[in-house]
Write a new protein. Structure first.
Length: 162
């Protein structure tokens, strides 16, 4: 069963993760999200969902203003000829729509099909911001708590320099 924003926030509370949730109009791009960031502490993120030719799935999470060269990232994460995952695959595996991609969506990846890659530079920041499974809110958590959340979900992840 897919989790909702309310269920996600309850789980964060249950496992001892402090967060701040900010409601805002729906955003679908980093640029639109930037317009909603006033008064929100912490860095913003960019979340990229890839599938490679071997059908491996990856969620790459980095700073919103970071320029990403897919071929370079592919080498670093071990992806063979990656392409962006289609919306139906995104919904099936992570239970979110384009524009709401977030590392919190691993809570819906019951079969642990997605390998999560967290950018080392992003993780060096104290506070991080992600959508809480929908693109009408932004949730701020500590970077150490993102690791705690991944571990709670038994999610495979690695922190690398992108």
């Amino acid at each position: 069963m897919l989790q909702t924003q309310e269920a996600l926030l309850n789980i964060l509370t249950q496992i001892g993760i402090e967060y701040t949730n900010h409601e805002h109009p729906a955003v679908y791009t980093v640029e639109e999200a930037d317009q909603q960031h006033d008064g929100i502490d912490g860095v913003r993120s960019k979340n990229l969902f890839f599938k490679d030719k071997k059908k491996n799935l990856f969620l790459v999470v980095t700073l919103s203003d970071k320029s990403i060269k897919i071929k370079e990232v592919a080498k670093k994460i071990g992806a063979k000829s990656p392409s962006f995952g289609k919306p139906d695959l995104l919904a099936e595996v992570l239970g979110v729509i384009p524009g709401a991609v977030t590392p919190f969506a691993v809570i819906n990846d019951e079969n642990h099909r997605v390998k999560v890659v967290l950018d080392k530079k992003m993780m060096e920041n104290e506070l991080l911001n992600f959508h809480p499974l929908k693109n009408t809110a932004t949730t701020t958590i500590a970077s150490k708590d993102l690791v705690k959340f991944m571990e709670h979900c038994n999610q495979e992840f690695e922190i690398i320099k992108l």
